[in-house]
Design a protein around this ligand. Structure first.
Ligand SMILES: Nc1ncnc2c1ncn2[C@@H]1O[C@H](COP(=O)(O)OP(=O)(O)OP(=O)(O)O)[C@@H](O)[C@H]1O
Ligand SMILES: [Mg+2]
Length: 241
């Protein structure tokens, strides 16, 4: 588990600044949700941590390691960051069975066959997909595919797990179960998690810390109870009501 630090981050696409002077400290082992309306910059923040997108100003650190520092032309490659990412679309490989999907990051990193077998079997058990190792994704439910994506994000034992609206394609009942499963896995592995959602119930039920964003700015950061009891302005009050 690891801390994540944003120091005065800005991000522009062409000339349009979509993240503005964003500073935030996320502590080791925290479950943090980024909550905000569509287009406010949540996915872009995750992609910058993962190294899939570069900030135009400021510094991002994972623990004490600088991973992005455009002023010095420094960007750590994504594969060196030990960050796992789970996407809204699942992005499981359709031509690989459950086992091979989860094993993929380990294979790419050159882990031995015997270790791959042991680690994938352990992850299959953690996400409760026992008995489905040979199943192809098109023969899995949405929730089961989501578990494959989660297991694949976890199998490298990342320092930080990034989850981008991972439950929005699931029905309400399954969403509720997956919320508590994700939280349990996060606690079991004592992992730092950053969770993106525009669903306030999700953010409030799962998080140690909530970051409310609007138009590339942080509007309020706090524990769920603090934000509920003391919304800083009308935007937050309306957004959480
Ligand atoms: N590659 C890109 N080129 C230009 N603009 C982009 C690019 N990617 C994102 N944007 C813009 O940056 C802003 C933030 O996008 P982002 O995907 O981070 O929003 P979001 O908060 O994740 O929204 P949603 O809840 O809809 O997923 C949006 O205005 C979007 O149009
Ligand atoms: Mg998004």
């Amino acid at each position: 588990m690891s801390s994540v630090t944003f120091e005065k981050i800005s991000k522009s696409f062409d000339d349009l600044e979509i993240i503005k002077d964003f500073s935030l400290q996320i502590e080791d082992g925290q479950f943090v949700s980024f909550l905000g309306p569509s287009g406010c910059g949540k996915t872009t923040c995750l992609r910058m941590i993962a190294g899939l997108e570069f900030n135009t100003k400021g510094i991002i650190k994972i623990d004490s390691d600088v991973v992005n520092q455009p002023e010095k032309g420094f960007f750590m490659p994504p594969e060196k960051r030990h960050v796992g990412m789970v996407f809204q679309s699942y992005a499981v490989w359709p031509h690989m069975n459950v086992f091979d999907n989860i094993a993929y990051p380990l294979k790419v990193s050159g882990v031995s066959k015997s270790e791959i077998k042991q680690r994938v079997e352990e992850m299959i058990n953690v996400v409760e997909l026992d008995g489905l190792a040979k199943r192809m994704p098109n023969a899995l439910s949405g929730g089961q595919q989501q578990r494959v994506a989660l297991a694949r994000g976890l199998v490298m034992q990342p320092k930080v797990l990034l989850l981008d609206e991972p439950l929005s394609n699931l029905d309400a009942k399954l969403r509720e179960k997956m919320r508590s499963d994700i939280r349990n896995i996060q606690q079991k592995f004592q992992m730092t998690c950053i969770y993106v959602t525009h669903d306030q119930i999700e953010a409030f039920t799962m998080s140690d810390l909530i970051v409310i964003m609007n138009r590339g700015d942080i509007v309020q950061v706090g524990h769920p109870k603090d934000i509920r009891e003391n919304p800083i302005n009308d935007f937050v009050r309306d957004f959480i009501s």
